[in-house]
Design a protein around this ligand. Structure first.
Ligand SMILES: [Zn+2]
Ligand SMILES: [Zn+2]
Ligand SMILES: [Zn+2]
Ligand SMILES: [Zn+2]
Ligand SMILES: [Zn+2]
Length: 250
């Protein structure tokens, strides 16, 4: 974590403070959801937030997946509808774009996605440009909107999830009011949250004869998704840990 107080050109009238927000926020830079630490305007009336990655975006960047030189723009220079090549979501504000004829676009926070994630039980996930097998959420190699998108894949290769699928799942929950204002998670919805993301074949397994193997697959799949959620939306110490507690208790 860097400086705790900064000035940013997109909101130059006030200082921004690095904070752990008590509730999910919409980043005023990229317009995406954030759950982790962010830069917030010191004047509460402003309700101005920036992802740490958006606040600290450098003028140029590089990612070994696309191998092109990317430039930061506070608005996409091209007029047409743009999608992030990592997460598949719309580009509505801050973006890194290259100069290819069909340019690559990345949200600043997506460009900084961790290459590998490790859970407390040792489960490891690796960021991949291409899926080695089908995504456990959508059952496909391409994402729902046809963007190839990045994925997280477990070391054993058994658990693959599109970044796009996990992000979309959380965004839908957010829009449905899944996250309550006080930072708690809507209880009635807590189990449904992940059902759509767990492969149905394994759901059948676990709802039938509950073998310990099926239980283990279920638990690992959930753990994988939770890891990805915390990588996508910020530090797991605040809201995510609440989510994890509720969603992993079975
Ligand atoms: Zn942002
Ligand atoms: Zn302000
Ligand atoms: Zn993205
Ligand atoms: Zn490119
Ligand atoms: Zn998928």
């Amino acid at each position: 974590m860097g400086l705790t107080k900064i000035k940013h050109s997109s909101h130059s009238e006030h200082f921004l403070l690095l904070k752990y927000p008590r509730e999910p926020y919409e980043c005023n830079g990229c317009k995406g959801l954030g759950l982790g630490p962010c830069y917030e305007c010191e004047h509460e009336d402003c309700s101005f937030y920036l992802h740490e990655e958006c606040a600290k975006a450098s003028p140029s960047a590089f990612h070994s997946f696309s191998k092109c030189s990317l430039r930061f723009h506070s608005r996409a220079p091209q007029e047409d509808e743009r999608f992030c090549d990592a997460c598949g979501q719309d580009v509505l504000g801050f973006v890194y774009q290259c100069k290819h004829k069909k340019p690559h676009d990345y949200h600043p926070s997506c460009l900084k996605l961790q290459r590998s994630l490790t859970a407390d039980d040792g489960t490891r996930l690796h960021l991949r440009e291409k899926l080695p097998s089908k995504c456990l959420n959508c059952g496909s190699r391409k994402t729902w909107n046809g963007i190839k998108g990045w994925s997280y894949v477990s070391s054993c290769g058994q658990y693959c999830y599109h970044v796009a699928c996990v992000k979309d799942m959380i965004l839908k929950k957010w829009k449905k009011g899944y996250f309550l204002q006080d930072g708690n998670v809507n209880e009635t919805d807590n189990y449904l949250a992940l059902q759509s993301a767990i492969p149905s074949r394994e759901l059948e397994l676990s709802s039938g004869k509950s073998s310990s193997k099926a239980r283990n697959i279920w638990r690992k799949a959930k753990k994988a998704i939770m890891l990805i959620i915390s990588a996508l939306f910020g530090d797991p110490t605040t809201l995510i840990s609440l989510l994890v507690q509720q969603l992993l208790s079975d």
